[in-house]
Design a protein around this ligand. Structure first.
Ligand SMILES: [Zn+2]
Length: 232
């Protein structure tokens, strides 16, 4: 037995072992780099086309790209501006939703189309200040005429976003800026709506800028969850 095994090994030339070893190391290094750069997420190894299974087909989805066309939003010393970070996230979010069959409109912060807007859902996307803190927030209108419906949207966004990004939901930091957000009182009361602060430009910079695909997917899955669990 032992002799047979050693004979088999002798048929594989030494240089073949070296080639196998080097290519193994090379692919391992490439994989590690792509995970670090955020171009490949270890959390999503089997999803060939992320988002296509979202339950949003035929739905009208309105996305407000925070601060777009109005101001920069939070502006950090390193030059990072909330409006740009959010724009990148919203572009990816819109693509994901469209790929899954939704009709998507992307709106500016003070878009005139917000007045009386009717859609199956509206989500306004923002990012938080430049401080070295971490966490995200989701809120609905404090005076919503349909609090249970909008709470369901907030719950879906919170659950899915936390699970995809790993960020903590910081309920305590929700301010009146969010619950009394100007968009809520402009749109039709038939439109379920929420605002999400996707993370801090300081402490969550890596996620927001290098892994924005996960941020977008987290919001998209939250919207999908809202339609999936819609009462008939
Ligand atoms: Zn903002």
């Amino acid at each position: 037995m032992a002799r047979e095994r050693s004979r088999t090994r002798a048929y594989i030339p030494w240089w073949l072992w070296v080639i196998v070893l080097i290519s193994g190391l090379w692919y391992g290094l490439r994989y590690y780099q792509s995970v670090r750069e955020g171009t490949l997420s270890p959390a999503l190894p089997v999803r060939v086309s992320p988002g296509t299974s979202l339950a949003v087909r035929g739905k009208d989805v309105a996305i407000v790209s925070g601060h777009l066309g109005y101001d920069s939003g939070a502006l950090c010393e390193n030059g990072l501006a909330e409006v740009d970070v959010v724009r990148t996230i919203v572009d990816q979010l819109a693509r994901l939703l469209r790929n899954a069959g939704a009709r998507v409109i992307v709106l500016k912060e003070k878009d005139p189309r917000l007045q009386g807007l009717r859609a199956d859902v509206l989500v306004s996307v923002h990012a938080d200040s430049c401080i070295e803190a971490s966490g995200f927030k989701v809120a609905r209108w404090g005076k919503s005429p349909h609090p249970r419906r909008d709470d369901r949207l907030v719950e879906c966004l919170t659950r899915e976003y936390a699970s995809l990004t790993g960020l903590t939901f910081v309920r305590l930091h929700i301010t009146e800026d969010m619950t009394d957000y100007h968009v809520f009182s402009k749109i039709s009361e038939d439109t379920p709506a929420a605002i999400i602060e996707t993370g801090y430009l300081g402490g969550d910079k890596h996620l927001l800028t290098r892994k924005s695909h996960l941020v977008a997917l987290g919001i998209a899955e939250g919207i999908g969850c809202f339609f999936k669990e819609e009462p008939q």
